[in-house]
Design a protein around this ligand. Structure first.
Ligand SMILES: *Cc1c(COP(=O)(O)O)cnc(C)c1O
Length: 454
């Protein structure tokens, strides 16, 4: 069969509140043109993030009932720990309430003034945690990764030559090497197993611990299976285990590829580092067998980890994004190709070429998608990354708008509606206004800053 159907039936539904274009024009103005400030009831299709917004399965809800809320030594923790170790064979698994809490703990150890930390592309919370510790974050993705039109199969790869040069020139200032799979901020693009091996070898040669930000490990493994030579006949869990066997540890947001509404973890091999991490965990999150989560959450994640590596699910998941990319491409909308794992990215700088990067073309597009169709998307560009540590502002590498796809939540007819909104927008896009930022916080400004059209 050609049609790849959603490999699930719907058992429980949530109504969507419809709004009019007139209402939305008013609502977005009240939100100071920042989509994070909208109430989700005022959104028709919410593609702000795929984080924590997925639908849990019947088996996950059943597992929730089994949650044991003992403060210490809960069986729910041991089921969670076993599920993680089954895919990621690290010695220590430390649960946190989200991915960023795992990052904060990691960089309380590795961050600090004078340190520099390379990655393919640091996600915004990773960068925020590194910079808050006094260290600096560097992105060393391959050149294809910054070219929205390139069809390289692994656009999330680290540039190994740049990494070697970086390790040479910064020497002792580098406390560890990071790698994000898939590369969220760079378009949800995958990293090949060969590249992970290359990064691991370099890190080892220079004596640096190697950490994977593994938020979308299953989608990444699907891309490895379907695009990398010699991987087609291997199972997803085998590929996942190969990836993580190369690392000394990982951070994880379980709100992504663990089908959780909340959760995360930090995993490590080194006993001494794990001891320091647990001490920090107790201070900031909770006791090591719950770490900021309820027992019921740990159960949902343990079950979710067994569902996320299902090949029928992953085939449908990636196909759904490819379908949207194909439809938008046919309309002449510049989309990042090939489709990423969790999202479809629009090249707003190319499509709205009358808006210069420092006037936030991505924000202009995101606002227009809301006004026309009630779609909530997210700017990943100069509003998110343009602010420099010294307070100045420069264009980000790209000005993208991300349509993040919640897992198992929307159907193909929702996707067809999204395409129709773009069709409508294509008629007026050259008249969209530029934006300026009128109020912003010091760190991670895109979440709370206020915009105004010029
Ligand atoms: C979501 C995400 C994080 C942060 O995780 P939270 O659970 O939102 O705190 C870190 N890295 C990447 C790549 C992510 O996608």
């Amino acid at each position: 069969m050609e049609t790849i159907i959603e490999p699930f039936r719907i058992k429980s539904v949530e109504p969507i509140r419809m709004t009019t274009a007139q209402e939305r024009a008013e609502l977005i103005r009240e939100a100071n043109f920042n989509l994070f400030a909208l109430k989700s009831d005022d959104v028709i299709i919410d593609l702000l993030t795929d984080s924590g917004t997925g639908a849990m399965s019947a088996a996950q809800w059943a597992a929730v009932q089994r949650g044991d809320e003992s403060y210490a030594g809960s069986p729910s923790f041991y089921r969670f720990e076993a599920a993680v170790k089954n895919l990621m064979p690290f010695r220590h698994v430390i649960p946190t309430h989200q991915g960023r809490a795992a990052e904060a703990i990691l960089f309380s150890i590795f961050g600090g003034d004078g340190h520099v930390i390379p990655s393919n592309t640091h996600f915004d919370t990773t960068r925020g945690n590194i910079e808050a510790s006094g260290a600096e974050a560097y992105d060393l993705v391959i050149a294809d990764g910054n070219d929205p039109a390139s069809t390289h199969p692994f656009k999330g790869n680290m540039d190994l030559q740049k990494l070697a040069a970086f390790l040479d020139s910064y020497g002792d200032a580098v406390p560890c090497v990071m790698l994000t799979i898939t590369n969220n901020a760079g378009g949800g693009q995958p990293v090949s197993l060969e590249n992970i091996q290359g990064v691991a070898e370099l890190a080892k040669r220079y004596g640096k611990p190697f950490f994977i930000d593994g938020c979308r490990f299953a989608e990444n493994a699907w891309f490895i299976k379907s695009r990398e030579r010699g991987q087609a006949d291997r199972s997803i869990p085998e590929i996942v285990r190969d990836c993580f066997s190369l690392a000394d540890g990982m951070t994880m947001s379980a709100k992504k590829d663990a089908f959780g509404n909340i959760g995360g973890w930090l995993a490590l091999n080194d006993d001494g580092l794990a001891e320091r991490a647990r001490a920090e965990l107790i201070r900031t999150e909770g006791f090591p067998t719950y770490g900021g989560l309820a027992g019921r959450d740990l159960e949902a994640l343990a079950q979710g980890l067994s569902e996320i590596v299902d090949e029928d699910y992953l085939r449908y998941r990636i196909r759904a994004n490819t379908y949207l990319v194909e439809r938008l491409d046919a309309l002449g909308v510049p989309v990042v190709k090939p489709a990423g794992g969790h999202a479809v990215f629009i090249d707003a700088r190319a499509w709205l070429s009358h808006i210069p990067p420092l006037s936030y073309p991505g924000q202009a597009l995101a606002v227009a998608l809301y006004e026309i169709g009630g779609i909530r998307s997210c700017e990943i560009g100069t509003a998110m990354f343009g602010r420099q540590p010294d307070g100045s502002e420069k264009p980000a590498a790209m000005d993208l708008v991300r349509l993040a796809m919640p897992r198992r939540t929307y159907t193909q007819s929702h996707t067809d509606y999204i395409v129709e909104v773009f069709e409508e927008l294509a008629k007026t896009k050259d008249k969209l206004p530029r934006y300026k930022i009128v109020k912003e916080p010091n760190l991670l400004r895109h979440f709370t800053c206020q915009f105004a059209p010029i």
